[in-house]
Design a protein around this ligand. Sequence first.
Ligand code: ZN
Ligand code: ZN
Length: 70
Amino acid sequence: MAACEVCGNDYDKAFTVTLEGAKHTFDSFECAIHALAPLCSHCGCRIVGHGVERGAAMFCCEHCAEHADR
Ligand SMILES: [Zn+2]
Ligand SMILES: [Zn+2]
């Protein structure tokens, strides 16, 4: 049993995600995305898919990455 670090829900099917050496505990993917998913540098939405990396910036899609190039 572990408590979700986002909503505090104590859930027997909680899972952990290790990101850059730090362990995070969540009760759902929704909470994991809320806490860990990067933000698109152009439109600000959460990047849940693969995303597009341009240098140090992350984007949700090609379209946003193109915008930032200009
Ligand atoms: Zn939660
Ligand atoms: Zn975007």
